[in-house]
Design a protein around this ligand. Structure first.
Ligand code: NAD
Length: 289
């Protein structure tokens, strides 16, 4: 397949490298990055011309909309625009509608798995869009990832991603505040883990990504809270969840509070550049007042 890859940063570059390794012809475009081994075009439109699939992996919805304005008129009829960035649901739907009106297929296909998953080709894709477009891109998802779930119509992939990450942010905070409370109550962290990880308080954050160093699963806590999944990326996803909740008139009090706490941690404390599980040392240092 002729593939165009726009946005070759931390995630896009290794994803494109896996497509090339699997034998696909990939033309790239990025305003800054120049990764080795990818043939780069001079503009997004030039990169997109003649491609069967155009994949984008960009920072946010505004940039996606700007790039879509450039590439959609250049794409050949029947080609598919597949956005793998994490963006707001409204931008995902708007870009899909614009692409479909121009006779193209369109998918929103955000990922989980992070930079490690992108390099190893083990990402999970959450995909919104029509069956035909999904079928066209599925072989590429299988190269870049281990699982692709077709979640529904345009926007459903982004919806799945932000709902999942809203649960993740809320449960990480709950797990960290519980460890900090246990400390103050004189409960040993290992005992706390032994009980909770096999009781009704268990969760992915407790069992698979334990935020306490030396306890439970190996995680960024065992590496000085270096990300992993950075607190500012969690903040981005929580903000997107609250933007979507506003737009859909959904009541999400826990998600809203999680967004506020990560905002405080990242923008007014020392959370930027730390893993999102560094909420535990944050709570450790605090009292009730
Ligand atoms: P990044 O900043 O490393 O990469 C983004 C790339 O887009 C950069 O190379 C930048 O130069 C390029 N870019 C910006 N504007 C452009 C334009 N107008 N035209 C062409 N290229 C442009 O970010 P990343 O970590 O690769 O993340 C990309 C997306 O994936 C984001 O939406 C992010 O939320 C999502 N995501 C990231 C992770 C992660 O762990 N890093 C995990 C899951 C999802």
């Amino acid at each position: 397949m002729n593939i165009t890859f726009i946005g070759l940063g931390n995630m896009g570059a290794p994803m494109a490298a896996n497509l090339i390794k699997a034998g696909h012809a990939v033309t790239g475009f990025d305003t800054m990055a120049k990764p080795e081994g990818v043939t780069m075009a001079d503009s997004a439109a030039e990169a997109a011309r003649g491609a069967d699939v155009v994949i984008t992996m960009l920072p946010n919805g505004a940039i996606l909309r700007a790039v879509a304005d450039q590439v959609i008129p250049a794409m050949k009829p029947g080609a598919v625009l597949c956005d793998c960035s994490t963006v707001d649901v409204d931008s995902a739907k708007a870009v899909a509608a614009q692409a479909e009106a121009a006779g193209l297929g369109a998918l929103d296909a955000p990922v989980s798995g992070g930079i490690g998953g992108a390099a190893a080709g083990t990402l999970t894709f959450m995909v919104g869009g029509a069956d035909g477009a999904f079928a066209t891109v599925k072989p590429l998802f299988d190269i870049m990832g281990q699982k692709a779930v077709h979640c529904g119509a345009a926007g459903a992939g982004q919806a799945a991603k932000i709902c999942n990450n809203m649960i993740l942010g809320v449960t990480m905070i709950a797990t960290c505040e519980a460890f900090a409370l246990a400390d103050k109550l004189g409960l040993d962290r290992q005992k706390m883990f032994d009980v909770v990880s096999t009781s009704s308080g268990y969760s992915w954050t407790m069992n698979a990504y334990t935020p306490a160093p030396g306890v439970g699963a190996k995680s960024p806590a065992d590496n000085g809270y270096k990300p992993g999944f950075a607190a500012e990326l969690m903040l981005k996803d929580l903000r997107l969840s609250q933007q979507a909740a506003d737009s859909a008139d959904a009541d999400t009090p826990m998600g809203q509070l999680a967004a506020q706490l990560y905002e405080q941690f990242v923008e007014r404390e020392d959370g930027r550049g730390m893993d999102f599980s560094a909420m535990l040392p944050r709570f450790e240092k605090r009292g009730r007042g």
